[in-house]
Design a protein around this ligand. Structure first.
Ligand SMILES: [Zn+2]
Length: 358
């Protein structure tokens, strides 16, 4: 959505001036004369005239990914996304007065799920694959994280879920520096990402992966969609020391860390859910179409099947329904990994950091 609450926080992403005028269908900068047009549900606040070496694949392949990611309709926060969201809330402790930025929001699902708890929820992403609910409930900006369209100290909290692993190191530094700039002193940021480090219990975790691969060989499930999703992971922060050093460079002090050794999680994802998807996703001849419309015909079988399963699933996911409660139980089982093994250093991590007070 486009809300006047956002306007006082804005600065020109091109020249960094704060002399902005709100027009009927755009924000315009008095200093450099750039106009930032209102689109449907968001404002185009991309810096003009900037050239960057690195461009996210979500920007370059937006059209292609739009179809594949099946992003318009959000499911409730369950499974791995549910664990991320519950941990996000637990660590950031949203308050009704908070101004919060989902920095690199993607569909803006975490912003949607938490918008009701805070004063102003803003989502920012260079790609505009925003979910329908986000277009209605979250103040959305199309923006580049290296030159954010927000004034210094604008936000109390911000979060970066599944972001840092995509960037080369100079982009990580620019991203964290900009994040620190727009946080108020004492403001907090939560990041979820992963390094290249292995879990000490990796051999145990791999048992589930091996089981999962048996299904692939048997043709039950296709991992290609998942592989595509992770295809641009660089993991430039390769070790935990790299992570700490990067936040340190940006003036962000670690407050709490939780590692995600995915013992239960991998079992759920690679065995339990894949079986469920295989069963739910089987095409049912011509009798019924799911509510989400026709599945894209151009995809390989496994992808179409997975999307079909997800759509069928979503229609059963009203909070309180049996399917919802069952998946919530599975979500809590996955979260058990954090409670039991959160102290054990491994690749996946949640880190809560605080901006130093002047
Ligand atoms: Zn300007």
């Amino acid at each position: 959505m486009i809300t006047p609450k956002l306007f006082p926080l804005l600065q020109c992403p091109t020249c960094r001036s704060r002399q902005l005028a709100v027009e009927a269908d755009a924000i315009s900068c008095a200093a450099c004369s750039t106009r930032y047009p209102f689109r449907t549900g968001y404002i185009d606040l991309m810096p003009r005239g900037a050239t960057y070496d690195y461009v996210s694949k979500y920007v370059t392949d937006e059209a292609e990914l739009a179809e594949e990611l099946d992003y318009q309709e959000l499911a409730p926060p369950l499974l791995a996304a549910g664990v991320r969201d519950r941990t996000l809330r637990r660590l950031l402790r949203f308050e009704a007065s908070d101004r919060v930025l989902d920095n690199g929001c993607g569909t803006a699902k975490h912003a949607v799920w938490n918008a009701g708890q805070v004063g102003l929820m803003v989502g920012s992403d260079p790609a505009t694959l925003f979910a329908d609910q986000a277009l209605e409930q979250v103040a959305l900006t199309q923006a580049d994280s290296r030159s954010l369209p927000f004034a210094d100290g604008s936000f109390d909290k911000l979060f970066a879920i599944d972001i840092l692993e995509h960037f080369p190191i100079e982009v990580i530094d620019a991203y964290l520096a900009e994040s620190a700039r727009i946080l108020r002193p004492g403001g907090r940021m939560l990041a979820f990402s992963n390094t290249r480090e292995m879990s000490p219990i990796q051999p145990l975790i791999n048992l589930s992966r091996r089981l999962g691969r048996l299904f692939v060989r048997a043709g039950i499930y296709d991992f290609s969609r998942e592989a595509r999703r992770k295809s641009d992971h660089l993991k430039a922060l390769a070790t935990w020391e790299d992570v700490e050093a990067a936040f340190e460079r940006a003036g962000l002090r670690p407050v709490k860390v939780i590692f995600w050794n995915s013992l239960f999680t991998t079992f759920v994802e690679h065995v339990l859910m894949k079986l469920g998807e295989a069963i739910l996703g089987r095409a049912k001849g011509s009798t019924k179409r799911s509510q989400g419309g026709t599945p894209p015909p151009s995809h390989p079988d496994g992808v179409a099947r997975e999307i079909r399963a997800r759509r069928r699933m979503r229609s059963r996911l009203r909070p309180g329904s049996p399917t919802y409660l069952a998946l919530m139980a599975v979500t809590l089982l996955m979260e058990l990994d954090l409670w039991l093994f959160g102290w054990m250093r491994c690749g996946s991590y949640f880190i809560l950091v605080e901006k130093r007070s002047a």
